[in-house]
Design a protein. Structure first.
Length: 323
């Protein structure tokens, strides 16, 4: 049984048509999870995950509950197949923070899936009011990227800032299109290996989401949060949270603040985590963690083969199966 686990959960961008289908056919816990999501939302979310169409799955109002449902379904299948072991901390990247809250017992799955659908709706509405975009910057330090964003804001009078501190050498920026384009040009001139516009319709984790954050606060006030049974490493601060009111405040701030993923991973290591298990579609976080630290084991579980490997003890003992 793996010791000193950190469970991590992916955010938007990890979705794909067909996710969860092999698990649904095999594990009653997965069937129950997808069926519950369909009932709570009143839409055939499971069919959208299994069959698409892709464009509809990629609509943020659907993507957010789809990824959360997939992640929780995988977690439940894993827990049924084999004891999870010594879970020290949990964390999620952006949207994935909601999956982490479910895993920690701070939020019920039914409340979480309804909440993230509303979060997606609020983000869509904010994007219609104040359009923007996001871009990944590869090969430059966060300090250099931050300075370029500051210069672009001064030059254009628009909003652009660092949105995700993903790993050393990978930073995501977010903001209004003019500021984003100006910052991208400055970063190319400054030696960025690549500047990759992201296929998103919202400028997340920046002040363009102010109205969404206000709407989310109202939605959160209607939801029951409990004290977390496992510490959650917060996106905004990269530090542990347990108390319900602190968690509620974190989710509001997260909408307009950068995701401190590098700091979060380092904090989990400080807390004693030695094996990181990414739970949900794809292996995005596993690959980021590899760049942040070579001192920990890393693995991802996101399909029936992954759960089977977990049940047989083949996952979590050595380095990542996702590499």
């Amino acid at each position: 049984m793996p010791k000193r686990l950190a469970l991590v959960f992916p955010g938007q961008g990890a979705q794909y048509v067909g996710m969860g289908l092999d698990l649904y056919a095999r594990y009653p816990q997965v069937q129950d999870t997808f069926d519950e999501a369909d009932r709570v939302l009143g839409i055939p979310l499971s069919r959208l995950c299994f069959e698409g169409p892709e464009q509809e799955l990629n609509d943020t109002i659907n993507t957010q509950p789809a990824i959360l449902t997939m992640s929780v379904a995988v977690l439940r299948a894993m827990a049924h197949a084999r004891e999870l072991g010594e879970v020290l901390v949990v964390a999620g990247h952006s949207l994935g923070e909601y999956s982490a809250l479910v895993a920690a017992g701070a939020l019920s799955f039914s409340d979480a899936v309804a909440l993230v659908r509303e979060r997606g709706r609020l983000m869509q509405e904010a994007a219609r009011q104040r359009p923007g975009g996001m871009a990944a910057i590869l090969g430059l330090s966060t300090e250099v990227v931050t300075e370029a964003c500051r210069e672009a804001q001064e030059e254009t009078g628009t909003i652009v800032q660092v949105a995700n501190h993903n790993s050393p050498g990978q930073t995501v920026i977010s903001g209004e299109l003019t500021g984003l384009e100006t910052a991208a040009q400055l970063l190319k001139q400054g030696g960025a290996r690549r500047v990759v516009p992201l296929a998103v319709s919202t400028a997340a984790h920046c002040p363009l989401m102010d109205s969404a954050a206000r709407g989310l606060r109202e939605a959160l006030d209607r939801i029951e949060f409990r004290e977390a049974g496992i510490p959650i490493i917060a996106n905004v601060t990269g530090r542990p949270l347990v108390r319900a009111e602190e968690i509620r405040e974190e989710l509001v701030k997260q909408m307009v603040s950068p995701v401190q993923w590098v700091e979060s991973v380092r904090c989990m290591i400080e807390q004693g985590a030695r094996t990181f298990v990414e739970i949900g579609p794809k292996d995005t976080l596993t690959n980021l963690i590899k760049r942040i630290s070579d001192r920990v084991d890393r693995t991802s579980v996101g399909d029936a083969a992954g759960v089977e490997a977990w049940s047989e003890g083949a996952v979590g003992a050595h380095s990542s199966v996702a590499e």
